[in-house]
Each structure stands twice: as C-alpha cells, then as structure tokens.
Design a protein around this ligand. Structure first.
Ligand SMILES: Nc1ncnc2c1ncn2[C@@H]1O[C@H](COP(=O)(O)OP(=O)(O)OP(=O)(O)O)[C@@H](O)[C@H]1O
Ligand SMILES: [Mg+2]
Length: 594
C-alpha cells in the first residue's frame, strides 16, 4: 500500500507566505500580464460601481423633478449601454490575460519539476510510488492553476468591494455604514467556513488518494490479481474506498449548500431590509428621500456581497493549492541528487581499466550491502561476477554506472577516480545491459537507435550481431514494426536481444552484462557468446550470470557472498579450490545446465 499516509494539510501563516513566494517565483516572467489584468480589474470594478450612479442621477435629477425628456432619457440609456459594453470587453481582457499568465506560470512550474526529476537520485524513485511522481507533475500543477484563479477571485472581490464602498460613501455615508457593519459577520462566516472546509477537504483528498493508490496498484499488478483469483476481493476493496470518497464529496456539497450562498443571500436580504427601513423611517419623519439613492443601494447590496461569496467559495481551493504547492516545493528542495562528478572532471576517452578498492556501500545508510570489495579488470579482459541472489552483484554495477553515490572506498577508471570523469564519458563509454529491458513507444529502429546518430544500416548490423535480426525480419513490417510501450508485444528474450543491440551499437569501451542473457534460449545465447568473443578484442567485459556455462572462459571470476568477495580466480582454479563456486558448478552440472 502506498500513499495513504497522513500528509500535511494545514499551514502556519509563515509557511503560507513561503509557499506563496514559491508560487510567485514562477510568475516573474508573466508580471506584465498580471499587472495588466489587475489594472483591467480596477477599471471593471470602477465601472460596476459607477453604473448604478448613472441611473440614480437620472431618477433623482430628471424623473423625480418631472424634467426628463426623450432626448435625455436616450442619452442616459446610451451612456449606460456603452459603459456596460465597455465593461464586458474589459472583463474579457482581464480574464483572458490572467488565465494566459497563469497557464504560462504553471507550464514553467511543470518544466521545472520535470527537469528536477531528471536530476534526482534513483533512490527517490525507489521510494516513491510511480503514481505519486506523475501526480506531482500533472495533478498538482493543475490544482495550482486553480489556485491562481483564487487570486483572481480574491483580488476581484476585494477591489470590487472597495470601489463600491467608495461609491456608496459618496452617495450616503450613514447608509454605507449599514453595509460596513456586516463585514465582521462576513469574517466570522469565512472563519467558520474555513474551519469546517479544511477538515472536510482533507478527508476528501485522503479518500481520493486512496482511490488513486488502489487503482494504480491494481492496474500495475493486474496479471497477478487475475492469476491469484483476486478480482472479487479487489472489487470489494475498491468499492469500499470509492464509497468513502463519495461520502466525503457529499459532505462537501452539503456544507456548501448550507453555508455558502444561502448565508450570503441571507445577509444580502437583511441589508436590503435595513436599507429600506431606514429610508422609510426618514420619509415618515418628514425628511426628503431621493428615490434614486434607494435604487443605487438596492443594486449595491447584490454586487457588494456576491463577490464575497465567491471569495468564500474559493477558500477551499486555496487550501488545496497550498497542499499541492508545498509538495512541489518539497520535490524541488529534495537534495538527493544523482551522483555528481568532481568539479575538475573532464571528458576523457576511456581505455577500459577498472579498479575497485576497499569499497563499502549501503543503500539505507545502515546495512552494508557491499563490504571491502577489491576488484581489478584490465583493458580487453573479461571478468565475471557470480553469487547467490541478493549477494550484491548488481549493486557493484550500480556504483560503477554512477546510479548511486558511494562514500567509502574507491572506484577508478583508467587509474583515475571515477568522479574525475564526467558523467557523459562514463555513461557513453560504459555500456550496461540489464535483465529488464524497457522498450519505448516506436519501431525497432527507434528502440535500438535511442536517438543516437546511427544509420539504418548500423542498426541492422547491431541487430544481426545479437541475432535479433531473425525475429525482426520475420515480422510483418520488419524493422518498422511497431513496439508498444514497455514492449508487452515482445517476449522477454526478444527484449533482451534488442537491449544488447542498443548497447553494442554505441561501441562501449566497457561492456557490462547483468543477467543479460537469462531469458534467451541456449542456441541464441551461444550465438551471442561468439559475437561477444569479437567484442572482447575492443572492449573490457564484465559479465554477471547465474548460468555458469556462459562465464567459464572469463579471465577472472569473482564469487560474491553477502556483499563480500569470497573467492576469485580462473574457472579451473576455482574448481580446484572446491569452495562455493565448485558447489554451484557441480549443482548446475547435475541439473544438466553446464
Ligand atoms: N534500490 C535498493 N534499495 C535498497 N536495497 C537494495 C536496493 N537494491 C538492492 N538492494 C539490496 O541490496 C542487496 C544486493 O542486491 P543486488 O541487487 O546487488 O543483488 P544481486 O546480487 O544482483 O542479486 P540477483 O542475482 O538476484 O540479481 C539485496 O539484499 C537487496 O535487497
Ligand atoms: Mg542483480
């Protein structure tokens, strides 16, 4: 089970401020658009506040004095209409520029996160479920986009309220105070809403991540589920988390339906009643009341409180956005970068001499997986590493390929610390073929070439070299045949042949085969063995294999046991020793494997 663990969902003001600063850092290049949008917002709000005043003046100056003419009425109506249209255009520009700027900002952020992923150590990917990594770059940035809309709503609500307040005070100070008196009520409402919504939203998010975790777990392990007849159980478990999510969503709707708009509407109506009551009592006490002002205030009661309702509504998204942004921040702040070369590292041509001295290594910082390893390979030599499952063979390779950083001991290539070679020289001149070969979406050319600069001819030669040529040619579209992502349309052995071909074509100075031929039939394997004989003339070879027949000819065989080299030497020497290697070999001979 992966990501149902409790996550941080509430933030102190300081944390919120840091998160906002982080978000704004991506918006820098879009500053001018955001400013334009805010300017438009101010103009639109000013127009909204001014429009009722036009009608108010018309009523009070012309209608109530019976001096309105057709011409004046048309003029007023015309002005009103033009300003209304103008406001429409301005609102459009405001929304458009804001959305555009926020899309760009979020795209910046996505790029940044993706870029960071490429630099993270493999350790991060070992520890983080796949779905979570994807979600960091896609779902979370989407949430952040909505978060920007929260800013829009907030600015809008705030500027709008300020503008209307100014307009109201210019019309009638005493009446304006009625509106102001309700502002504390709104704040209380916001406070209560945020308290409740945080809890409800947290439950909803947790339920959703459970649903996602279930889903990704079951799609990844579908063959296992079917094989062990677990379909019914999985369905029931999924039903359960899905139900939990449904309940959480329902609670949210309930809360919104009860609290949000009805509460705001209620306030609106109360204010309206009070306004009318005050006017009425003024009228009854014999003072003169301008009807136009009554009109203006009635229309303000809606446009003053409504945007505030919008602000309330977006509070929950604000919470969501904070959570998403904080996760993005955490990812960018992750310091477990992939191993770095020394500052003075140079691109260099590698001869193929490898020395490992007193090497210790641990994945988790506690249990040593490799202990006191010494190993030497001269250019053009072939060495083999054998040992039981989990003895640390692949780990040595992981360090040699610089997938993980080591802290004790020394690995040198051509008698120089491997850290003095750039990653580019190490990875371009050391070729690794692993047992699990990943296939990318594309055809055979793409998959062997892997964006390297190789001609079709060279690709075919590499495929012939490994014997992959036979099965590729027998396919309907030959080398142009389509391979699905992950290579599910190929057999395990076929994938390995492709994988060897894509390494061979790069002409590495050091070639490492880690269980590279485990799934290949004996006949093809022998064919590859012969091909490898040719490679031995140009490259250093390190072979890891369980099938000992394939490594009998190695110049030196290292036998690993629980992270230590316990035996080393030529095949005949090790047989004579009658130790672990001898036992392994004898067992395989009995089984007819050698
Ligand atoms: N990414 C990892 N994080 C933590 N521990 C790991 C990791 N990879 C391997 N280990 C541990 O390190 C030890 C050595 O693993 P390694 O993969 O080197 O074995 P191996 O000799 O290649 O085995 P096999 O023959 O099965 O491939 C094992 O105990 C394994 O549990
Ligand atoms: Mg291994």
């Amino acid at each position: 089970m992966s990501n149902t663990k409790q996550r941080k969902t509430s933030f102190s003001l300081k944390e919120q401020w840091n998160i906002l600063r982080y978000l704004f850092s991506f918006a820098k290049s879009e500053t001018k658009w955001f400013i334009l949008s805010i300017v438009m917002m101010v103009i639109a709000s000013a127009l909204s506040a001014y429009l009722p005043i036009i009608i108010q003046q018309y009523i009070d100056e012309y209608l109530s004095t019976s001096s309105a003419t057709i011409q004046i009425t048309l003029q007023v109506a015309g002005t009103y209409l033009v300003l209304l249209l103008l406001r429409m255009v301005i609102v459009y520009v405001k929304d458009y520029t804001f959305k555009l700027a926020s899309e760009h900002t979020v795209a910046n952020m996505r790029n940044n996160l993706y870029h960071k992923l490429g630099k993270l150590s493999l350790d991060y990917f070992n520890k983080t479920p796949n779905g979570e990594v994807v979600s960091r770059v896609t779902n979370d940035t989407e949430t952040i986009k909505e978060f920007w809309n929260v800013f829009l709503t907030f600015f809008d609500g705030f500027i709008n309220a300020t503008m209307i307040a100014v307009a109201m005070f210019s019309l009638s100070v005493s009446m304006s105070w009625v509106f102001m008196a309700f502002i504390p009520v709104i704040f209380i409402l916001i406070y209560v809403y945020q308290k409740i919504s945080t809890v409800i939203y947290r439950r909803m998010r947790q339920a959703l991540s459970k649903v996602n975790a279930r889903l990704s777990e079951s799609t990844m392990g579908m063959w296992l589920i079917q094989q062990f007849n677990q379909t019914q159980r999985m369905k029931e478990e999924f039903d359960e988390v899905n139900q939990e999510y449904l309940v959480a969503r329902t609670n949210m709707f309930k809360m919104n339906a009860v609290l949000l708009m009805p509460a705001i509407n209620l306030i609106e109506q109360i204010v309206l009643v009070i306004v009318i009551w005050i006017f009425a009592s003024q009228l009854l006490s014999g003072s003169v009341v301008d009807i136009g002002i009554i009109y203006a205030f009635t229309s303000y009661s809606k446009s003053f409180f409504h945007p505030i309702g919008g602000m309330l509504d977006s509070l929950s998204i604000y919470q969501d956005g904070l959570v998403s942004a904080s996760r993005g921040m955490a990812l960018l702040a992750n310091e477990s970068t992939e191993p770095q070369p020394n500052a003075n590292a140079v691109d260099s041509l590698i001869d193929g001499q490898i020395n490992i001295d007193d090497l210790y290594f641990s994945y988790d910082g506690e249990n040593d997986v490799l202990k006191d390893i010494d190993l030497e390979v001269s250019p053009g030599e072939m060495i083999a590493i054998v040992g039981h499952t989990g003895s640390g063979k692949s780990t040595i390779i992981n360090l040699l390929m610089r997938f993980y950083e080591y802290h004790q001991g020394l690995i040198s290539v051509d008698k120089e610390d491997i850290r003095d070679h750039t990653k580019r020289s190490v990875r371009s001149q050391i070729g690794l073929v692993q047992q699990d070969a990943f296939m990318f979406y594309g055809d055979f050319y793409d998959n062997i070439r892997l964006h390297g600069n190789y001609s079709d001819e060279e690709v075919r030669e590499a495929a012939e070299f490994t014997g992959a040529d036979h099965f590729i040619k027998s396919m309907e579209d030959g080398y142009r045949s389509h391979i699905s992502e992950g290579g599910s349309s190929l057999s395990a052995g076929q994938k390995q042949l492709i994988n060897i071909a894509r390494t061979i074509i790069r002409n590495p100075r050091i070639l490492i085969l880690d269980e590279a031929t485990a799934n290949i039939d004996t006949e093809t394997e022998q064919y590859i063995q012969q091909s490898l004989e040719k490679i031995r003339e140009q490259a250093t070879l390190i072979v890891i294999a369980h099938r000992l027949s394939t490594i009998k000819d190695a110049d030196k065989i290292y036998v690993l046991h629980k992270g230590r080299v316990i035996e080393q030497g030529h095949h005949d020497e090790l047989i004579e020793l009658e130790g672990t290697y001898y036992d392994m070999y004898r067992l395989q001979s009995l089984q007819g494997k050698v």
